[in-house]
Design a protein. Structure first.
Length: 477
């Protein structure tokens, strides 16, 4: 069943009314998109339909009397409800107007730093926006334009950061730390990539048609996306280091405050701008999922969008996980006293920790071991753990088994320049350590360009050792 709704709207500063026929079973959200499309046909373009809603005003119902059961005060309709659920009669007048500002909510969430409790970003504004688009009668053209609109905002924010903070900071040589300098320079690269991408996207959208494609533009960008991985991996430690330096350096501190006070610096916080690239990749995933849903399988852009989304998902998964990996490395670093090597390095992951005995010709000593994806660090067993040494791991490292008659619960780790005898506290611990170290060596071996020459070799001593080392990642001989 359908009935007539008198929609009042503003066009060119003038209030106008247009009668529209709606299906009473449709939700208000669906009718909002329908109204937007109808108005666009008569030359009234609606910007950001997600911010609009219908408002019921009793004083506008002079032409058709509405039931007394309807509230006698103005109210905004619920977007999940249907018109029939309100009890309106045909001919009801509804004001079509801006009711909220999702974009403002997005900007506010972007400007917030990660929660101290969880370290997670507050993306509620962006998530609400994308959820709205997903549920509504959103067309493919609108989804494509939404990607371009958010890209424009992203590039604008990068340019503000670049012009008002990055370039002047590098030019004045206010920061000497190489890691922070590298982070600031990478913003130049990211901005350049997306400025070119935006230019091509705007050209496509200007001549929008049912055959317009966007997937191929992002596929061209993908080979350069590794810069995001490096930026995100080191973002938290670099930003913390930047502000730690600023606490000690009055010149840098005064400069940051000066920048944040600028009118152009809308987010009012250097940290809020530096985190924008970290936030962008998860948003691409949400927006491209929406565009793909609205793209028919027969569309020439479909396969390219699928490939783009697959690659974006890979990067987004890394971006979502990098904070946990980085935070764990920092926790371990803080537990080791006077460590002679940096615990936090690009690409390094924490794997396992525990007590083992380190045996040499001189003595057998109990040590706390920390296994990472490329190194094994050993320290004193009690906290604070004092650094005692480390064993570099690479594709040429391998595990040599020892029978229990020789060394109970023992194994030997053959490194590049030395062989280490390690003794676990129990058979279960030996099994666990062997599996963990073997897995690390297998991954290093797989990543090595000399894979065939450097296989992870484990001496097969038979019996319990064969059971303990049973894994498809090992090459036994």
């Amino acid at each position: 069943m359908s009935f007539i709704v008198r929609v009042e709207y503003v066009h060119d500063t003038l209030s106008k009314t247009r009668a529209m026929r709606f299906d009473e079973s449709k939700t208000v959200r669906e009718l909002l998109f329908e109204t937007s499309n109808n108005l666009q046909k008569i030359g009234c373009h609606v910007e950001d339909i997600i911010n609009f809603n219908f408002q019921y005003c009793p004083e506008k119902q002079q032409l058709v009397e509405q039931p007394e059961s309807i509230a006698q005060e103005a109210f905004w309709l619920k977007k999940v409800k249907t018109l029939s659920s309100y009890g309106f009669t045909t001919g009801v007048t509804l004001l079509f107007d801006r009711a909220s500002n999702f974009n403002l909510a997005v900007e506010e969430s972007r400007s917030k730093t990660p929660s101290p409790a969880t370290g997670r970003l507050n993306l509620s504004g962006e998530n609400d926006k994308v959820k709205f688009l997903t549920k509504g009668r959103f067309t493919r053209d609108q989804a494509a334009k939404e990607i371009v609109t958010t890209e424009q905002t992203y590039v604008e924010q990068l340019k503000v950061l670049l012009d008002h903070f990055v370039e002047p900071t590098l030019e004045k040589k206010l920061v000497e730390d190489s890691d922070i300098t590298k982070m600031l320079k990478s913003i130049r690269l990211i901005h350049g990539l997306h400025e070119e991408l935006l230019r091509e996207m705007e050209e496509r959208i200007k001549n929008m048609s049912s055959a317009t494609q966007l997937g191929d533009l992002f596929l061209k960008l993908m080979p350069f996306m590794k810069v995001y991985g490096e930026y995100c991996l080191n973002y938290e430690s670099n930003v913390n280091k930047l502000f730690a330096i600023a606490d000690e350096d009055k010149t840098l501190c005064a400069w940051i405050k000066e920048v944040e006070a600028k009118e152009e610096f809308a987010l009012n916080n250097v940290g809020a701008y530096l985190i924008v690239p970290v936030q962008r990749i998860p948003r691409y995933r949400l927006l491209f999922e929406q565009l793909l849903k609205l793209t028919p399988d027969s569309h020439p852009d479909c396969d390219k969008l699928k490939e783009t989304l697959e690659k974006v998902n890979e990067i987004a998964t890394f971006v979502n996980n990098y904070q946990d990996d980085s935070r764990k490395l920092q926790e371990v670093r803080d537990r080791i006293e006077n460590c002679a090597i940096p615990v936090i390095c690009p690409g390094r992951k924490f794997i396992h920790e525990g007590i083992m005995k380190k045996t040499s010709s001189r003595a057998t000593q109990e040590r706390m071991f920390f296994l990472f994806s490329d190194v094994l660090i050993y320290c004193t067993p009690k906290e604070p753990h004092k650094y005692k040494g480390h064993i570099p791991l690479n594709a040429s490292s391998w595990i040599k088994g020892l029978s229990d008659t020789k060394v109970k619960n023992g194994m030997q780790l053959v490194a590049e320049s030395k062989t280490y005898t390690l003794v676990s506290l129990s058979p279960e611990d030996k099994y666990q350590w062997n599996r963990m170290i073997s897995s690390v060596l297998a991954d290093l071996n797989a990543a090595s360009p000399r894979t065939e020459k450097n296989k992870v070799n484990v001496k097969d001593r038979g019996g319990i050792w064969r059971i303990l080392t049973k894994t498809d990642k090992l090459n036994k001989y």
